[in-house]
Design a binder for this molecule. Structure first.
Ligand code: URA
Ligand code: ZN
Length: 363
């Protein structure tokens, strides 16, 4: 059974040129205090002028855009197949008249990268979400015709108002009809004042460890509350970072729904699907959670047959540049090993069998 990485990113060369040509977030730049190394500035607030250079974005090297580095990383970590996806913030920031053409060209570029390593690489496509809904729907249909595409990656902003926006319905309908799953990935985190006035003393820990998973959890809960899965019963979503905090909070979400007088008065309680039902029928979770505790919650919530190994490469490289084996990857492997101690077939399913079945990687 192959080992498959379903959470692994790339900024293909044309996207890098786009970032190099910009001077507002997101962009790539060489700063005066370290002119020899380029930095990738993507997260909201990451380029505040008072930040030390080590808190401004992250160093960016070939592992972010050169596919041969991805293949080397896969070989070094025993990964047979990867489902690559454009990293955040995708095309969210593009003007609406540029997004459609940019999505077509990046999706073609990524599909062609996959074709160079046939059998090892597949991809999640990118949608032009700032364009009119018809343009987005047309790209969903076109993606289905590209050989290596197995779904789409998207952030939590949707068309700009979040994933409970009724204007997304034609896009959800197209994804459901084309049987392309959504890989839901965070980017925006929480409002920066939540992190407090000393946040820059703490590097990226607060936005990445907590902002990302909470952003994801809120986005999925808004989808649930707005009835997305009541209207699109077959719509499938793979949630990054083992669902943010969804497995841990599902009981509380369900309880708050059942105790909400407004929902009862509006007659919505009867119609709304249970979060537990959606977790087991529409939601897949990656295994990018770095510990046995979180992984077991994901297994309990969605089932071992809906969980898929991931690395988040090229993010979270070892701080010691000479280290070839990545701590982030070792932690995810170790979590699977200890969570499924003695259940080899479940471990193998999470490491690759589920991805091959769910994403049809053997055809
Ligand atoms: N940081 C990001 O900006 N994106 C990721 O996917 C992981 C870390
Ligand atoms: Zn990621």
């Amino acid at each position: 059974m192959p080992t498959v990485d379903v959470h692994t990113h790339i900024y293909p060369p044309s996207y890098m040129s786009l970032l190099r040509g910009r001077d507002t977030v997101p962009y790539v730049r060489n700063f005066e205090d370290a002119p020899e190394s380029a930095r990738l500035i993507i997260l909201p607030g990451e380029d505040a002028p008072n930040k030390p250079s080590t808190a401004r974005g992250r160093p960016i090297g070939a592992e972010y855009y050169d596919i041969t580095e991805k293949i080397k990383f896969m070989d070094a970590h025993g990964i047979d197949k990867s489902v690559i996806s454009l990293a955040n913030p995708w095309l969210d920031f593009l003007p609406k008249d540029e997004a459609g053409a940019a999505a077509r060209s990046i999706n073609d570029e990524v599909d062609s990268i996959c074709s160079q390593y046939s059998g090892r690489l597949y991809a999640f496509g990118t949608l032009p979400l700032s364009a009119p809904a018809e343009t987005v729907v047309a790209e969903v249909k076109r993606l289905k015709t590209l050989k290596f595409m197995r779904g789409i990656i998207m952030g939590t902003s949707g068309l700009g108002k979040g994933l409970d926006d009724p204007a997304l319905d034609p896009i959800y309908a197209a994804l459901e009809e084309q049987q392309l799953l959504i890989f839901l990935h965070p980017h925006y985190g929480l409002p920066s004042d939540v992190y407090g006035p000393w946040a820059s003393n703490y590097g990226h820990v607060l936005p990445l460890a907590l902002g990302f998973p909470l952003e994801t959890t809120i986005a999925v809960t808004r989808m649930l509350l707005s009835g997305v899965w009541d209207r699109f019963k077959e719509l499938e979503i793979l949630i990054a970072h083992s669902g943010g905090t969804l497995p841990f909070l599902a009981g509380r979400i369900e309880s708050c729904i059942k105790h909400d007088g407004h929902l009862k008065k509006e007659d919505r309680l009867e119609k709304m699907r249970s979060v537990w039902d959606v977790l087991k029928k529409n939601i897949y979770l990656d295994a990018v959670i770095y510990s046995e505790v979180g992984l077991k919650a994901a297994v309990d919530a969605s089932g071992a047959d809906r969980l898929m190994f991931g690395t988040d490469h090229p993010f979270f490289p070892p701080l010691d540049e000479d280290e070839t084996e990545w701590l982030s990857v070792k932690s995810n492997y170790a979590a699977i090993k200890s969570a499924f101690d003695g259940d080899d077939s479940a471990a193998k399913a999470v490491l690759g069998g589920n991805a091959v079945r769910i994403l049809k990687l053997d055809g």
